[in-house]
Design a protein around this ligand. Sequence first.
Ligand code: AP5
Ligand code: MG
Length: 192
Amino acid sequence: MLNIVLFGPPGAGKGTHSKKLVETYDLIHFSTGDILRAEITAKTQLGILAKTAIDKGELVSDDIVIGMMRNKIKQNINAKGLVFDGFPRTIPQAESLDKLLIENDISISTMLMLDVKKQELINRLQKRAEHSGRTDDADINIINNRIEVYEKQTLPIADFYKKQNKFLLINGIGSIETIFGRIQDAVNPFLN
Ligand code: AP5
Ligand code: MG
């Protein structure tokens, strides 16, 4: 299986390149952000709990997110591979993901970190705010908080994957096609 953690700050291009990975390699896409937004739209109990955190640019609790992913992984262990977009986001989430995968006799192939400078992230998210309807894109203070939360709570998991020799840094600046070419160069060695 080709199991990829696509990692990076808000606006780095995780969603954009996850879609391209899915199309190119026939993988299953898990975006915790998309799943949580769908729960909010459906006004489920989980969605109601998640909305407060998302609207502030804070993280939803580990318990909620890990519980949500447990079932999704179990249901898809026969896929060609999985792309994790926006998950894991904390050390406990990264540890839980490893455990969930081991339970199913699979593992992460590689973690790809999209490297994009802060001002470019802000530019992209402010541009997307014009049409996305995402509450967390609508206010510069929330965008800044998302980036700060990423730096404090999420960036430490880069070391978690470095220790496992699974960390690859991808230059995330340039056209989407150029960046995806870099991603394919990184991913192709993991194909059987
Ligand atoms: P999530 O939905 O994961 O959002 P995020 O990490 O803030 O990232 P984005 O989706 O905004 O950006 P992206 O990296 O996907 O970039 P994209 O491809 O869209 O999470 C939202 C919230 O949910 C979190 O704040 C948290 O509250 C909660 N949450 C989610 N997961 C959680 C977890 N595991 N634990 C706890 N809480 C969790 O690109 C951005 C824009 O740039 C687009 O408009 C795109 O078209 C454009 N773009 C992309 N590439 C380029 C390029 N090369 N040049 C120019 N523009 C580009
Ligand atoms: Mg996204």
